[in-house]
Design a protein around this ligand. Structure first.
Ligand code: CO
Length: 210
């Protein structure tokens, strides 16, 4: 119980130190939220969204799953996306992957883990789309790192393909989608310099006539 009880103690300390710094901290947050950013990241415990970008409560709307995937039949992801874009009017969506991602690593192998195999299949699809580039990389770590980056790029494009994002662009809503990769080793974020802001960069078959 020690670890568990410590969490509740930590919470009390956090409340008092937050109030010491800013007596209005909680009363202000209780009035509502207007975060400018939706974060889609990995569930990995080493990649806490707010902490690594120094964002206080109220600034980031967060969705996390294994390997920061954008699966367009995932009702949870779609609901987060719809609320972020159409109610909160976020200006940016960041897909943040990370080097050393266990989900991506599993997708490169033939490991059978359990139910999660079915989730990881979506990542295997990304390998298949990029197999020529990836198979040509001999060093396994380099190939793994590149796969992490290509997976992020694919998820950025998959966000752009959603009806939610294409509708927002059609309505002239400013909405930029970015792809980042976080380094577990050094804490630094690499910007993949993908800034999707209209549907023209999507393959023609995905461009919806809205
Ligand atoms: Co991960």
């Amino acid at each position: 119980m020690e670890f568990y009880n410590q969490l509740l103690e930590n919470n009390k300390e956090w409340v008092s130190s937050s109030l010491k710094e800013d007596p209005e901290f909680f009363s202000r947050l209780s009035k509502g939220q207007q975060p400018p950013l939706l974060w889609i990241g990995c569930a990995d415990s080493r990649v806490p969204a707010n902490e690594i970008i120094g964002a206080p409560p109220g600034e980031v709307f967060v969705h996390r799953n294994i390997a920061n995937m954008v699966i367009h039949t995932d009702m949870s992801m779609l609901s987060v996306l719809d609320y972020a874009v159409n109610v909160l009017n976020v200006k940016h969506i960041i897909v943040c992957g990370h080097y050393g991602c266990g989900g991506v690593k599993a997708a490169m192998s033939n490991a059978h883990i359990g139910l999660i195999d079915n989730w990881i299949r979506h990542i295997k699809d990304v390998y298949r789309f990029n197999h020529e580039e990836l198979d040509a990389i001999e060093d396994e770590t380099v190939r793994f790192d590149r796969f992490v980056e290509l997976n992020v790029r694919e998820q950025v494009m998959d966000l752009g393909k959603t009806s939610i994002v294409q509708n927002a662009w059609k309505n002239k809503q400013k909405l930029h989608i970015h792809g980042w990769v976080y380094g577990i080793n050094d804490g630094l974020i690499k910007d993949l310099n993908i800034s999707l802001q209209d549907n023209q960069e999507l393959d023609a078959v995905y461009q919806l006539d809205i």
